[in-house]
Design a protein around this ligand. Structure first.
Ligand code: ZN
Ligand code: ZN
Length: 362
């Protein structure tokens, strides 16, 4: 029985192995196992070798025997073991075997090295699956669209009902509950609700402080639905603003729209980041935009590719990224506007549906 993850993903991994002249790959990180096999349990490991008819081995423990039967395609040869890493290692055929050096701990690596048979050469291959995972297939895009839509509806329900006088913590909690009630597994990260000067901290934790009138409130939230994350930020006004705050909002919006317009297959993350930075720098806020423009989103809320000064990966059709410039003036105010978008061959599709013009909520 297959629960919807077809073998195309493991075939893509197999093709990448052939390219790197690897004879096999140990897939140990759970998000990678999930993406490739469809298995959603908390303990699983997969072994893949090149070729459409190469090894497709999946190991889990006895607790997940029937779950693995339900979730995995029949082409996965299933194995119930106690020590998955050692069992997988012992079963390897001689050759160059990739392992995830970015995720495996030093201790686990020592156990792996000890267990592999003679003739196995362990080769660092961290990031191989993540790079493939960054390009979403249609089934994944559907889930990401649904997660973004659900999060938008929760925002409308909670923020649309008014936030002035309520505590930041209370509004954040309500957002989580509203997403859960609509069917989300939960929030994709702890929501940020940050009013006034507190909004000048990019990763502000909601406080037990009532939201005042006549200021800006940064709200950054997302849903986890069917295993996929969404991520969005809106900054709303709670009344008339002083001209400084209004100008900052307009600058961030201009930067966001300019960067969004540059999102298409081709440019690197760095190049798109520079588009937003140019607008913000020109307005005199260069030192107030300290983080990268955006990041990939999928099974994890932060994954590749990066849109930042370090983003060397060219954007490609199927990448799903955030575009989220911000201006944070310490002790004064913060504004961030974030959309979740799919990169397409000749542009992009915006998954966030909420308007971005300055909105005032009571
Ligand atoms: Zn966000
Ligand atoms: Zn984000």
């Amino acid at each position: 029985m297959s629960a919807g993850v077809d073998m195309a993903r493991s075939d893509r991994v197999a093709a990448a192995l052939a390219e790197r002249e690897l004879d096999g790959l140990l897939v140990t990180a759970l998000f990678n196992v999930r993406w490739m096999t469809g298995f959603t349990g908390s303990n699983g490991l997969a072994v893949v070798s090149p070729g459409a008819d190469g090894t497709r081995r999946f190991l889990t423990d006895f607790r997940y025997l029937s779950q693995a039967d339900q979730q995995l395609d029949d082409r996965w040869q299933r194995d119930i073991r106690t020590d998955l890493l050692v069992a997988a290692a012992e079963g390897l055929a001689p050759g160059r075997i990739g392992f995830d050096d970015a995720q495996l701990s030093v201790r686990e690596f020592a156990r792996l090295e000890k267990a592999v048979p003679d003739g196995v050469e362990l080769v660092a291959a961290g990031g191989l699956v993540e790079e493939l995972r960054a390009i979403k297939d249609d089934a994944e895009l559907e889930k990401l669209r649904a997660a973004a839509k659900l999060a938008d509806e929760a925002f409308e329900e909670v923020v649309g009902a008014g936030i002035v006088g309520r505590t930041e913590r209370d509004v954040a909690l309500d957002l989580e509950v509203a997403m859960r009630r609509r069917g989300a597994e939960g929030a994709s990260f702890a929501p940020i609700v940050a009013a006034g000067t507190h909004g000048a901290l990019p990763h502000a934790s909601p406080r037990d402080v009532p939201i005042p009138p006549d200021t800006l409130v940064v709200i950054d939230w997302g849903a986890m639905l069917d295993g996929y994350a969404s991520d969005c930020t809106r900054t709303v006004a709670t009344g008339p603003l002083d001209p400084r705050d209004r100008a900052i909002y307009d600058t961030v919006l201009a930067a966001q729209e300019a960067a969004l317009a540059a999102v298409t297959a081709g440019p690197t993350g760095k190049e798109v980041d520079a588009v937003a930075r140019e607008v913000i720098d020109a307005a005199g806020h260069a030192e107030h935009f300290g983080h990268g423009l955006g990041h990939g989103v999928g099974l994890e809320v932060h994954e590749g590719p990066r849109l930042s000064k370090q983003g060397e990966t060219p954007l490609a059709a199927g990448h799903v990224v955030t575009v989220e410039p911000g201006i944070y003036v310490p002790g004064a105010v913060g504004v961030r506007i974030e959309d979740l978008v799919v990169v397409t061959e000749d542009g992009h599709e915006v998954l966030s549906s909420l308007p971005k013009g300055l909105r005032t909520v009571a």
